[in-house]
Design a protein around this ligand. Structure first.
Ligand code: ZN
Ligand code: ZN
Length: 115
C-alpha cells in the first residue's frame, strides 16, 4: 500500500478512493504485527502514526464529493513498532512527482491548483 499524503483535493477519484481503501486493508498488518520494513525503506510509503488522521482527511473529501463512507477507522496499537517505523514521514515531493507521472487527472489537479 501507499499513502500519498498530499492535499486530498488534489487526488483524482481513483487515487482518493484507493488510498482510503488501502488504509483500511493495511490495518490487519498492524494488528498481526507483520513486518512493515519494506513500506518504510528504501522509500517511506506509509505513516503508521498518522493513519487514522489521514483516513479522516480522506473521508472528509470523499463526503464533500458525495461518495459513500460506512466503516470508521480505529487507530491500532502501534507500540510494537520501532520509532523509525511508527513515526516515519512520507515525502510529499516524491508523491507529487509520482502522481504527476502516472496519472493525468491527478497531474491536472496538482498543476492547476498548486503550482
Ligand atoms: Zn474509511
Ligand atoms: Zn490519480
Amino acid at each position: 500500500m501507499r499513502m500519498w499524503g498530499i492535499n486530498p483535493k488534489l487526488l483524482c477519484r481513483q487515487h482518493l478512493l484507493g488510498e482510503h481503501n488501502e488504509i483500511h486493508k493495511h490495518r490487519h498488518n498492524f494488528v498481526k504485527h507483520h513486518s512493515i520494513k519494506n513500506r518504510i525503506s528504501p522509500v517511506v510509503q506509509i505513516e503508521p502514526e498518522n493513519m487514522k488522521k489521514r483516513h479522516d482527511e480522506l473521508v472528509e473529501e470523499m463526503i464533500n464529493r458525495g461518495y459513500n463512507h460506512n466503516a470508521p477507522y480505529e487507530q491500532p496499537d502501534l507500540s510494537h513498532l520501532i520509532n523509525d517505523e511508527r513515526f516515519a514521514k512520507i515525502s510529499i515531493d516524491v508523491s507529487v512527482s509520482d502522481l504527476k507521472s502516472r496519472c493525468k487527472e491527478c497531474s491536472d489537479r496538482i498543476t492547476s491548483k498548486y503550482f
